[in-house]
Design a protein around this ligand. Structure first.
Ligand code: AMP
Length: 229
């Protein structure tokens, strides 16, 4: 299946995509992870991308599409979940030229929760692992929904369970940059929902419980979608 996972920064796109990769064997493609890898390796693309990423702004399309195409060639084009791409209508149009997407998973979550989750996020410093953890502890009601999101810490503080590398906070998970990223999301990325509505099926999730609980509902919905297609 070819899927997009969509939602504001901090919604949990990467976490859910990791679960789907493990549970359904759908390969995750995160343009953010791919760009962070380029930055860490000090490539030309990485040097250019860093200027935008550090400010919470979008990296120019041509750079993002170059890393995406490279990855699609590496992993094959039939079974993937795009995390963090497309982020603009022009990227969506380019994606349409490359392939046909089967569905969009939309993560709905209030901004108040996002800010706390982003501040608590820790990632593995090894770009080939990029595991995600969270030290925030959220237990509050917003409107009619009760958000109960306990921390997702590693077994040993500051160390990745999967590969043993040190955990770090992303440079762009600092409060000033978070604000800019949310602004960019509203202005450039949210219009994508109108672009895709009616074109491809939407699968909506409300992540008000730990991902281990929400993921089963999501997998059921995806299996139904798979049967239909
Ligand atoms: P993410 O890990 O998805 O939150 O992405 C981190 C940063 O990488 C973003 O704030 C952007 O600066 C950049 N980035 C990732 N994906 C894209 C994209 N599709 N278009 C433009 N910039 C991107």
């Amino acid at each position: 299946m070819k899927l997009i996972i969509f939602g504001p920064p901090g919604a949990g796109k990467g976490t859910y995509a990791n679960f789907l990769q493990e549970r359904m064997g759908i390969q995750k493609i995160s343009t953010g992870d791919l760009l962070r890898k380029e930055v860490k390796e000090g490539t030309q693309i990485g040097k250019k991308a860093k200027e935008y990423m550090d400010k919470g702004q979008l990296v120019p399309d041509e750079l993002v599409i170059e890393v995406l195409k490279k990855e699609l060639e590496r992993i094959g084009k039939d079974n993937f979940i795009l995390d963090g791409f497309p982020r603009t209508v022009s990227q969506a149009q380019k994606l349409d030229e490359m392939t046909k997407i089967d569905g969009l998973i939309l993560i709905r979550i209030p901004e108040e929760i996002l800010v706390e989750k982003l501040a608590g996020r820790r990632i593995c410093s090894n770009p080939n692992c990029a595991a995600i953890y969270n030290v925030a502890s959220i237990d509050k009601k917003i409107g009619r929904v009760h958000y109960y999101l306990p921390p997702m810490p590693p077994k040993k503080e500051g160390v990745c369970d999967k590969c043993g590398s040190p955990l770090i906070q992303r440079d762009d998970d600092k409060p000033e940059v978070i604000k800019e990223r949310l602004k960019v999301y509203k202005k450039d990325s949210r219009p994508l929902l109108s672009y895709y509505r009616g074109k491809i099926p939407f699968i909506i999730i409300v992540p008000n419980r730990p991902p281990e609980e929400v993921i089963d509902r999501l997998i059921k919905k995806l299996e139904k979608l798979k049967e239909k297609s």
